[in-house]
Design a protein around this ligand. Structure first.
Ligand code: SAH
Length: 243
């Protein structure tokens, strides 16, 4: 049986602690006792650990040996803010699929009230990736960037290959774009940034902005996908390519 994995809130070289809902679950539901063995993720490393002290507020572990961790896929998903329930679903699934980071951006067609509340919502997105990482037995938690206007992200300097998914693109598939990225990166794993538009898609001025800043437009096929479907499909294509 695979051991359950806890993602620590605080840690040092020898110990780690979980707090809040995780600690409460471990204390009250699982009735954890000192001496119980489990796996703990601390600072991107996975450890075999032993429970040292239990209360519903805090569980403390002694860290034993370090286990081998699988790295996240080197992908940042640039996700236009759109209907929160759908977007949260995309964030959860992207975490399961191994995304390294998610950068929410305010696009032209992001609804105004969503744009205004996105910043507050980021806390909830961070909780979602924490829980999804634990469930997916990841050894790290994706970084959720603070939401920014699309233009700031598009213009920002980047070391990786930047791809904008667009249903209007007919010639370059995501696979083609990954072939190019691999060729350019030679021996190294390329780092990728992949942008997905809101429900209404990218505005023409945004497509021009991507183009002017060196982003490669790519297609996921002839059908129009919802943004959350596009996110999952894109990460699955990348995974089949890189992993
Ligand atoms: N403008 C569309 C909806 C946009 S879909 C409409 O006619 O209703 C939301 C986002 O998903 C798009 O901005 C794009 O980034 C991505 N997307 C959807 N289908 C795609 C496809 N076939 N290829 C590439 N990207 C796609």
């Amino acid at each position: 049986m695979t051991r359950r994995r806890w993602i620590a809130e605080h840690w040092d070289e020898a110990t780690a602690t979980i707090i809040g809902a995780q600690a409460e679950h471990m204390a009250r539901v699982l009735r954890a006792q000192p001496g119980m063995e489990t796996d703990v993720v601390a600072g991107g490393h996975v450890f075999h650990a032993v429970v040292a002290a239990v209360s519903p507020q805090e569980v403390r572990f002694n860290l034993a040996s370090e286990l081998e961790a699988e790295p996240a896929m080197p992908v940042t998903l640039v996700l236009a803010v759109y209907k929160f329930d759908h977007m949260e679903w995309a964030i959860e699934k992207a975490t399961e699929l191994g995304v390294a980071a998610i950068a929410p951006v305010i696009a032209r067609r992001t609804e105004k009230h969503l744009a205004q509340t996105a910043e507050k919502r980021a806390e909830r997105w961070r909780r979602i990736v924490h829980e999804a990482s634990q469930q997916a037995r990841r050894s790290d938690v994706p970084l959720i960037h603070d939401p920014v206007p699309l233009s700031a992200r598009v213009r920002a300097a980047s070391v990786g290959t930047r791809i904008v998914l667009a249903e209007q693109e007919r010639t370059t598939t995501l696979r083609n774009a990954l072939d190019e990225a691999m060729a350019a990166a030679e021996e190294e794993m390329p780092t990728l940034e992949i942008a997905i538009g809101p429900e209404g898609g990218w505005a023409p001025s945004e497509e021009a902005l991507f183009d002017a800043n060196g982003w490669r437009a790519a297609s996921l096929g002839p059908r129009i996908l919802r943004a959350e479907t596009a996110a999952i499909a894109a990460l699955a294509v990348v995974a089949s390519y890189l992993e």
